[in-house]
Design a protein around this ligand. Structure first.
Ligand code: C6P
Length: 420
């Protein structure tokens, strides 16, 4: 393990109230951060402060609280833009989650631009959120889906991907960091391939926005989708960024209050972007608390976050290999992977593994991780997954390894039935 880390992990941990919890009589070891992260005091306080001092509907009232709430909400739009290196806050739309952001594009952009016979290129490592909306669109339009394959060592096969992109390709939709393999895909290179045929590029950033320094302009994509709850913020807030000009040209996704300019009996005109895409009262409180999460990560510095999580991943890969019968998935090179490790034990089903390590206070995920195409490619029904955040420590990985060794003991013939 490399030692350089700029983060003061003890101080960070002290600011996450939930990390003081015990589970099954043991200190909580929370290693399910790819599912959702825990929240720092700053985010929890921002949520409470909003309801105690500010609560009002936004963009509607001219009273003081409405003005205050509107300013705070719109301030987060600017913070979200800055966080991903986007030039204009108005290209940020708040949604409920990354899933809704992708569905918004499939409806509002896809219905306009995808026609019968067109092709949408996806990859075998996509989360269902970046597959099913395109299946629905393809079915509506008579379009076709093409899948880039994954190599045995956990990378996208870029030559095969290139061979899929042709004159019929209208969209390439790709995950930035896989939620199963951890693989960080070369999005800028893929976007350049798409450009050669004039195809649009959507990046699912749900697992990269929490972990990597980002610049959407450098990535060269048209759409970038991510979720607040995976990056220390509250649930119920997603972000869609679109390249300047794209949102203006798109039809609305949902209709209702606040997204209109003029309503007549048979037709309406739309508000300017981004409000055209935020129908109804949005999730004001959680967006404002998401602003505190963005401040928190920005203050830590995403280079330091990335360095810490790379160290943890390198340590985890090293230590997990000492567990008898354990196989992990994804690239061996930590520079190409984000902060998670999926693995299986040859002696036990992932759900049993997860249950037994829970007795040690360790939270890991078991299942197909909403990536059934990838499970099929890996030839497994499910995996276990340990995923890291800024507050995790090598000592916590040691507890996981101790618990996994116990699983191996429990499922080995001589020692069946051992309890924790
Ligand atoms: N992955 C996981 O445990 P939502 O649910 O909309 O916030 O995020 C969806 C999503 C999209 N893309 C990727 C790559 C993801 O990992 C996720 C969410 C969680 O892996 C829940 S299945």
């Amino acid at each position: 393990m490399t030692t350089a880390t700029a983060l003061d992990i003890s101080a960070i941990r002290a600011g996450f109230p939930i990390l003081g919890e015990t589970v099954n009589g043991r200190p909580l070891v929370y290693l399910d951060n790819a599912a959702t992260t825990q929240k720092p005091r700053e985010v929890i306080d921002a949520l409470v402060r909003y309801y105690e001092t500010t609560n009002a509907n936004i963009h509607r009232g001219i009273h003081a609280l409405a003005v205050r709430a509107t300013a705070q909400y719109e301030g987060v739009r600017a913070k979200a833009a800055a966080y991903i290196g986007a030039p204009r806050p108005d290209d940020i739309v708040f949604t409920r989650n990354a899933t809704e952001s992708i569905n918004l594009v499939a409806r509002a952009w896809g219905d306009q631009h995808i026609h019968a016979g067109d092709e949408i290129v996806l990859t075998q490592m996509e989360h269902h959120s970046n597959i099913v909306p395109w299946q629905l669109l393809a079915r509506r339009k008579g379009a076709h889906l093409r899948y880039a394959t994954v190599t045995d060592d956990g990378y996208l096969d870029l030559d095969q991907l290139r061979s899929l992109i042709g004159p019929r390709t209208k969209l390439v939709a790709v995950v930035h960091a896989s939620n199963v393999l951890g693989t960080i895909n070369p999005v800028a290179e893929i976007a350049a391939m798409a450009r050669t045929v004039g195809a649009a590029v959507l990046v699912d950033g749900a697992q990269s926005a929490p972990h990597l320094p980002l610049n959407v302009t450098d990535l060269g994509c048209d759409f970038f989708a991510f979720s607040s709850h995976k990056m220390l913020g509250p649930t119920g807030v997603g972000v869609l960024w679109a390249r300047p000009g794209l949102l203006d040209a798109m039809d609305p996704f949902l209709g209702g209050g606040e997204m209109i300019s003029i309503v007549k009996p048979d037709s309406s005109t739309w508000a300017d972007v981004p409000h055209k895409f935020e129908a109804g009262t949005p999730n004001i409180a959680d967006v404002i608390a998401f602003g505190a999460a963005l401040d928190y990560l920005t203050n830590l510095g995403m280079d330091a976050v990335r360095a810490h999580e790379m160290n943890l991943t390198a340590y985890a890969l090293d230590r997990l290999q000492t567990v008898p019968g354990l196989k992990f998935h994804g690239p061996a090179n930590v520079a190409h992977r984000s902060g998670l490790v999926s693995f299986e034990l040859d002696s036990a089903h992932p759900h049993d593994v997860s249950t037994i390590v829970d007795a040690y206070g360790v939270a890991i995920r078991a299942g197909h991780h909403c990536a059934q195409l990838l499970m099929r490619r890996l030839g497994v029904p499910a995996t276990n997954r340990a995923s890291f955040s800024i507050y995790n420590t090598p000592g916590e990985i040691d507890v996981l390894v101790e618990a996994l060794n116990h699983v191996v003991e429990v499922f080995s013939d001589g020692d069946r039935g051992t309890t924790v």
